[in-house]
Ligand binder design. Structure first.
Ligand code: SAM
Length: 288
């Protein structure tokens, strides 16, 4: 197997194929083999698992996943990488490459088509310019057992943040609604070519089999969350009144009181069960 993380192998390989990194496609390739090895090991991928990899690049993580998984389906946008991937991962008969923009794919349909009875998981060193849309698509697909990804460290910290902390955001609530996050390890910038400006981190999201909240209307729930974070430094009632204009300031205050929360409560201190309570109260009033 070609060690594609070895800079003395990678550089001539790229040069031979006239390949130049595309910043627009978020191309920062791994040059430290402990990183893809660590991602594959920590992801829990085994022979009974089908893995969707996003952005194989020249294949460092793909190689590790193919060694451990039942099947790997890797989606890559940049078809200039085809002749290189033929050399670096062509030997694996449990690999299929789909040449496409992952955001244009029907992920649940792809998973069903490619993985059959295998347990579906997703794994990637994500292109950072579209981290949030890809994670959103992977979680909303509701078909993976776990999603293990490398992202900018500040994004990983945000995903795993606790209520009341500076990093807690609407995106935190979105991710934790679907999954339980665990920060795995940091990856310094010198592990990539070209080097990004930021530190990266690997995080695993174990998708919840059952969500422990009784939420009457999921759309209202996510509207409530967005409204609650829209005016971070103001009282929750201000954000709620602007996110739900039909409630007005009085209605927003009534909803907050009906849930038993302090009138001065701030949205960023609430947990998912509290957002669920607010959302259910709004749903109840809309149906009354
Ligand atoms: N997995 C390789 C590694 O770790 O060295 C490459 C990771 S690089 C950060 C991101 C990869 O995602 C690149 O190969 C890039 O071409 C690919 N990519 C970017 N946008 C994409 C998209 N919308 N759909 C699929 N792949 C994409």
């Amino acid at each position: 197997m070609i060690n594609v993380c070895d800079i003395n192998v990678m550089k001539p390989l790229l040069a031979e194929h006239g390949f130049h990194f595309s910043k627009a496609k978020g191309q920062n390739f791994l040059i430290a083999s402990w990183v893809p090895e660590g991602i594959a090991r920590e992801s829990g991928v085994t022979r009974d698992v089908g893995v969707l990899e996003i952005g194989p690049g020249i294949g460092p993580l793909t190689q590790q996943l193919c060694l451990n998984a039942g099947k790997v389906c890797a989606v890559e946008l940049d078809n200039r990488l085809k002749p290189i991937l033929d050399l670096t991962v062509g030997e694996f008969d449990n690999l299929e490459i789909v040449w496409s923009d992952v955001l244009k794919l029907d992920v649940p349909a792809l998973v069903k088509e490619k993985f059959g009875d295998l347990r579906p998981m997703a794994c990637a060193n994500l292109p950072y310019y579209i981290t949030s849309p890809i994670l959103t698509a992977l979680l909303e697909a509701e078909c993976f057992e776990a999603v293990t990804v490398m992202v900018q460290k500040e994004v990983a910290v945000r995903i795993a943040a606790k209520p009341g902390s500076a990093d807690y955001s609407a995106f935190t609530v979105f991710c934790q609604y679907y999954a339980e996050p665990e920060l795995l390890f940091d990856v310094p910038a010198h592990c990539f070519l070209p080097q990004p400006k930021v530190t990266s981190a690997v995080i695993t999201l174990r998708v919840r089999k059952e969500r422990p909240w009784d939420i009457a209307d999921q759309d209202i729930f996510f509207r409530t969350v967005r409204a609650s974070f829209a005016m971070r430094r103001k009282k929750l009632s201000n954000g709620m009144a602007s996110g739900f204009p039909e409630l007005g300031k009085t209605g927003a205050a009534e909803v907050i009181a009906a849930c038993g929360f302090d009138a001065n409560v701030r949205g960023e201190t609430l947990g998912i069960s509290e957002f669920a309570k607010l959302a259910n109260e709004i749903t109840r009033r809309r149906q009354a």
